[in-house]
Design a protein around this ligand. Structure first.
Ligand code: ADP
Ligand code: MG
Length: 249
């Protein structure tokens, strides 16, 4: 795993945020120094971790160049890692960045100063392949793609791969797709068929620890706790813990 990894899928509700914060919490629990960057204007990761707390300094200020990344970092004792929070203002940032020189690498430059303070930086992306996500891609060495296994998820993966190809050709940055994360898994025939198609049609590995569908995952968000604290013995909690180990290998 490279030192910066982005959780990417332009589809919403596929458990990007859920896997990002729980895998990050598990890595922190296992002794790694972790930073999570919330790059989604909807701020789901920030909300799940900190509840309704408001932050003076966010990733927005870092991207507009008004603040050093270090000054936007807040620590979460419960999750065991550092966070650069997001805010709703981020929804307007693409317009601001569009006219800036080197607009695709603003996040990369911002994180460069603090990168060495961490074993790993996790970027939780928004459901889009716009300039914010391109910034995450340029900053990252590796990406992982969380999906809910359904027919349409295959088309979505093709779009992500196309974007990676364009970035490689246009900007000379090669990104390694470490794997696909199967989330909200149910043991059904059609689900198995989709996963099978995935394994045969693409060269991307699929992580072997699927995260089962469980209402406890939703409860953990509401309680602002990682699964390893809220319900470590729950099958989804165990799968997330095992996934963290699998991803690190
Ligand atoms: P994304 O970041 O891709 O939009 P989220 O992580 O916010 O997705 O998840 C979307 C919704 O699905 C949330 O309400 C979350 O609690 C729920 N969810 C995520 N993973 C699971 C799971 N394994 N089982 C049940 N619900 C889940
Ligand atoms: Mg999200």
């Amino acid at each position: 795993m490279g030192s910066i990894v982005a959780f990417i899928n332009q589809k919403g509700g596929v458990a990007k945020t859920t896997t990002a914060i729980n895998v990050a919490a598990q890595w922190a629990h296992n002794g790694k120094k972790v930073l999570l960057v919330d790059l989604d204007p909807q701020s789901s990761a920030t909300r799940s971790i900190f509840g309704d707390m408001d932050f003076e300094n966010t990733i927005y200020d870092v991207l507009t160049g008004e603040l050093a990344a270090e000054e936007a970092v807040v620590a979460s004792e419960t999750f065991g890692f550092d966070v650069i929070p997001s805010e709703i203002m981020l929804s307007g940032i693409e317009i601001i960045l569009a006219s800036k020189f080197g607009r695709e690498s603003i996040l990369k430059r911002g994180l460069a100063e603090i990168k060495d303070n961490y074993d790993i930086i996790v970027i939780d992306c928004s459901p889009s392949l716009g300039l914010l996500t391109v910034n995450a891609l340029i900053a990252s060495k590796d990406i992982v793609i969380p999906i809910c296994p359904e027919y349409f998820s295959l088309k979505g993966i093709e779009l992500i791969l196309e974007t990676l190809k364009n970035i490689h050709q246009g900007l000379g940055h090669k990104i390694d797709v470490r794997g696909i994360i199967i989330s909200k898994y149910r043991n059904r025939k059609i689900v198995e068929k989709v996963i099978n198609d995935l394994r045969t049609n693409y060269t991307i590995p699929v992580f072997s620890n699927y995260i089962p569908d469980s209402i406890v995952v939703e409860e953990a968000h509401h309680n602002h706790k990682p699964m390893l604290q809220y319900s470590p013995k729950n099958p989804a909690g165990q799968a997330l813990a095992n996934l963290a180990v699998e991803m690190w290998a």
